[in-house]
Design a protein around this ligand. Structure first.
Ligand code: AQP
Length: 332
């Protein structure tokens, strides 16, 4: 760990194969950030079981997501790449922090309201206390910065409130985390309902582009993307589908909206959708090839996971001991 650098932490849930939104909004940025910060990037397996998972599938997805982080360009030597459940400190701090979190605070979390409506047959306590575990993830690593999407802002605010409360009672214990917003973190929307974000749990097979989809599948999904009845590629109000495709094309090619409008002036949506599909598939191809190569080397992956677990454990031991001392536990 470089003391001069700030700490950054972010996790991804292994609830499915990551989609294009996870890649453009998170993974790609993480790769850019790994040289400038002490980075802790992890697979949030503990969070994922708030929704019922098939055990064999979950295990495969944890390994797949972990391999994808490396395939995307994260260096396990430079950053700490870990699986959350491999470091028991997360669950332990989460319990302690839950005793410093008010029931009312958790009741106000919009994600709890949304998810309990979506999974009404399984409104478990974990779904309710999920933000406390997220606070523990962040505070455990003394994270200065947390790259968050708009959907996670409320949870980060709660983590800050918990830290402030704890520090207020016991003196400086936790670093106050700040949100890290990158310019390129455009939210990728569903290809079928462009007012809804692209999501791992979307059941419509044409709504999300998975980062491991092959070129033909990617192009087919873009061709079926919901747009509008006009035929003009431009970012006007009410053209959510086209704006989403323009944002994706812009993120993938680096072109501005003006340049995109000029490129497709006088052309139909068919040409535009094909171009977005091809550019996306070409961007993902090197990561897919690298994923194939890494996944074949099971010993390498397991070794990286073990090293990541050790690094994560070591990085967080001091914080947890400090917390134990402050609350009055006997530290051996
Ligand atoms: N659509 C998106 N556009 C841009 N960024 C996104 N992220 C998620 N969806 C989009 C960012 O990806 C990181 C990891 O997210 P996560 O695994 O915690 O998943 P999530 O936010 O719960 O997203 P999903 O994929 O929609 O999962 P489900 O369907 O299970 O709720 C985060 O940095 C997130 O902002």
């Amino acid at each position: 760990m470089d003391e001069q650098k700030k700490n950054m932490l972010s996790l991804i849930q292994p609830t499915n194969t990551p989609h294009l939104g996870n890649y453009l909004g998170a993974m790609q940025n993480w790769v850019r950030l790994q040289n400038d910060y002490n980075c802790y990037f992890g697979i949030a397996d503990l969070h994922s079981i708030t929704v019922r998972q098939d055990p064999a599938k979950l295990r495969a997805q944890i390994k797949e997501s972990y391999a994808l982080l490396i395939a995307a360009g994260l260096d396990p030597e430079k950053s700490t790449l870990f699986v959350q459940g491999h470091n028991c400190h997360h669950a332990e701090l989460s319990w302690i922090l839950s005793c410093y979190t008010q029931f009312g605070e958790l009741s106000r979390m919009t994600q709890f309201k949304d998810k309990s409506a979506k999974y009404s047959d399984n409104i478990n306590a974990g779904l309710f206390t999920y933000p406390v575990l997220m606070a523990a993830d962040i505070l455990l690593y003394q994270a200065d910065l947390v790259p968050v999407g708009a959907d996670q802002k409320q949870h980060l605010e709660l983590a800050r409130n918990i830290a402030q409360r704890f520090n207020g009672v016991y003196g400086d214990t936790f670093t106050m985390p700040e949100p890290y917003i990158t310019k390129t973190t455009a939210k990728v929307m569903s290809l079928q309902e462009p007012t809804k974000k692209m999501s791992k749990s979307d059941e419509n097979p044409n709504a999300s582009v998975w980062v491991l989809d092959d070129k033909d599948t990617i192009i087919r999904k873009f061709k079926r993307a919901v747009t509008d009845s006009e035929a003009e590629v431009c970012a006007r109000e009410g053209k959510d589908g086209i704006i989403n495709l323009m944002s994706i094309y812009s993120a993938v090619t680096g072109r501005s909206f003006e340049e995109i409008e000029a490129e497709f002036k006088g052309k139909g949506y068919g040409d535009f959708k094909l171009a977005v599909g091809e550019a996306t598939a070409d961007m993902l191809a090197p990561m897919q090839a690298e994923f194939k190569r890494i996944s074949a080397d099971k010993a390498y992956l397991e070794n990286c996971m073990k090293q990541g677990a050790e690094k994560a454990y070591k990085a967080t031991r001091k914080t947890l001991q400090k917390v134990h001392k402050k609350v009055g536990f006997v530290v051996l």
